[in-house]
Structures are given as C-alpha cells and as structure tokens.
Design a protein around this ligand. Structure first.
Ligand SMILES: [Zn+2]
Ligand SMILES: [Zn+2]
Length: 344
C-alpha cells in the first residue's frame, strides 16, 4: 500500500509498504478520508518523540474509512461497515481509563501519534481500540470527510463541556483557525453570544461566512471587549491559539464568575505565561484546560453531526490525494483555508 511515513523533522516519505494484516481482535480499515491537523504540522516541523530514521511512523489521527478485513474474535463489526475511528486508546485498567478518560491514561497511545495512523491506504486498528469501542459505525448521512473531522470536533467538545456555557453567556474565542471556529459553532449551539478574535481579517471573514451569527473582533482586544460588554468582561473565554500573551489577557478579560479555558498549548520554545492569581481570586474565576477527548465525547459529536444540530462541512476547504501530502501540510502550515482532507 502507499503510505506517507515520517522519519524525522521535515522528512515525510511516500513509500510502498506491506499492507497490514489484522491479527486476533483487530480490524483493517481502508482509509477514505484523513484530515490534516495542527498537531501533524507541529510533529513534522518540530520532530516527535520516538520517530526517527529507524522508527518511521504513519501520521494521521483524524480518519474514517471502510472495514475491509476483520481479525479472529472480533464481534459487532462487519466487512463493509463505514466507520470513523477515535485515535486515542488507554490501557483499559488504570483509574483514568475506568472513569472513561482513556485519553488521559499514562500509557496512552494513539493512531497517528505513536501508532501507525491514517495517512496510508490502510490502517489496522489494534485490539484494545476495537474492544474499547473506538471504531464507530457512521450513519448513512455522515460522509467520510465529516467522520474524519469529528476527531478535532470531539476535542473541542471536551473544552466546551468544561466551559459550562449557558444560553445568553458572552463567549470569546481567541484564534480563528479550524479549532477556534469549531468552538464558536458549539457555543452558538448552546445559545451563547459568540465573539471571535484573530489577527487576520481574512480568517475572521471566513468564520463569519460560515457562521454569520459570530461577532468578530479585530484590533485591540481589551478595548473591544470592554466596549462590547460595557466593562463587564466575557463570561467564557477560550484560547485557541499558541500565544502566552493571549492566555494572560484572557484572565484579565473574564467577567466576574467567568470561566477561562486554555485550549491551545504553548510551544515548548515559549515561556509559559504568568497568571495574576489575584484576578482569579477577586473575580472568582474558574480556569481550566483540556486535551484530546474521551471516547464518549467522540461519539457524542458524531451524533451532533448525524442529527444535523451541528454543521461541519463548511470547515472542509480542500482535498489532496495522498501523493500530494506535502502540499496539504504546507497549506496547513501557512494557515491557508481550514481543514484539509487527504483522499485515496
Ligand atoms: Zn488533531
Ligand atoms: Zn489506562
């Protein structure tokens, strides 16, 4: 099969590799759509632990496809099932796993992160993932593209659920990338008044074209927020950008009793931000962060898509065949468009 394997920093090679054969308890998926994520871009440009010349890895953790082969002992799935696959898997026996938070397991593994993922014609799903329920059969009205994009949506849902957003809440999302726009979509779904900030007028316009209810803020954010809210601040602030300065500002811009969600991580080469803890104290703020998503959240957001309460198709702005993966990564790195899908 054709696969895009990462060998190190800036080193992705298109290669013919043996098609994996599913062992006992495993499932083989013929990949139909694999979305490119900021995490892929970061791994490729910064390097990733465990990936080197001797240990290449197929990236791609946002994938959907068709089951083409089933290993011995697999129950509940059939050849021909259209599926989306949640990439995160825990050991299944530690406390976080038993609580349903396999994505927080200390032994966490994930397709496309430390196991071969979806930037290949076929992807084998390990037994622990099959038995854990990671393979999710798609409703007929859900496309492979939407199944792939459900992965980042589930991570955004994790953040969203920690924000405790109520109808009428003023929600500010900082960062108009695909993740920021998904945060806006979920907050709109919850009945919030949603503001979106970014340095790029083009990105803000793109977001507004997609979800016209979004109110865009371009310019001096502090000034704009204080004007919009008559100095009250925002009830919920979500940082969906890799900026320490914006994290610090978020705490300043939060209203009394506000919630701040640090969604985007800070790159290793930047100093983590200092927080004015007196603001947290006197404004009685709740500060939280989220990473990845639980399987329950992955299934929940698939239902949002299939039931039509949330529309993700507009987020998909380009398709690239696997052989053009370099171009897909490059446009993602330059921040052009939103989600890019690798096709086969
Ligand atoms: Zn991702
Ligand atoms: Zn575990």
């Amino acid at each position: 099969m054709l696969a895009a394997r990462m060998y190190g920093i800036n080193d992705i090679r298109l290669e013919e590799v043996p098609t994996p054969v599913p062992g006992t308890g495993e499932i083989l998926v013929k990949v139909a759509a694999a979305a490119v994520c900021g995490t892929d871009v970061r791994m490729i440009f910064n390097g990733a632990k465990g990936i080197d010349e001797e240990h290449p890895l197929i990236l791609g953790h946002e994938l959907a496809g068709t089951i083409v082969q089933i290993g011995d002992g697999v129950k509940g799935y059939s050849v021909g099932d259209r599926v989306a696959v949640a990439p995160n898997m825990g050991c299944g026996i530690c406390d976080p796993c038993v609580r349903g938070n396999g994505h927080l397991c200390p032994e966490y593994q994930a397709l496309g992160i430390n196991l071969d993922g979806g930037f290949a014609e076929y992807c084998v799903i390990p037994e622990v993932a099959v038995r854990g329920g990671n393979v999710c059969v798609l409703d007929d009205n859900v496309s492979f593209d939407e199944g792939a994009v459900n992965e980042p949506l589930s991570c955004v849902c994790n953040g969203f659920e920690h924000g405790n957003i109520h109808p009428g809440d003023r929600v500010l999302v900082i960062g108009a990338g695909p993740i920021g726009i998904m945060h806006c979509a979920l907050a709109l779904m919850a009945g919030a008044v949603v503001y979106l900030n970014d340095m790029s007028a083009d990105r803000l316009q793109m977001a507004k074209d997609m979800y016209p209810q979004i109110r865009t803020l371009l310019g001096d954010l502090k000034e704009l927020v204080m004007k919009e809210t008559k100095n009250a601040g925002m009830d919920v602030i979500i940082t969906a950008c890799p900026s320490p300065e914006m994290q610090a500002l978020a705490v300043e811009l939060a209203a009394l009793g506000g919630r701040v969600i640090f969604f985007g991580g800070i790159p290793a080469n930047k100093e983590p931000v200092g927080i004015d803890t007196n603001l947290v104290h006197y404004k009685q703020l709740i500060l939280t962060g989220t990473t990845r998503a639980s399987l329950a959240q992955y299934r929940k957001t698939l239902n949002y898509i299939s039931s039509g309460v949330l529309e993700v198709k507009p987020l998909i702005t380009a398709h690239f065949p696997l052989k053009d993966i370099d171009k897909a990564i490059d446009t993602a790195r330059k921040g052009q468009g939103l989600k890019k899908i690798i096709t086969f």
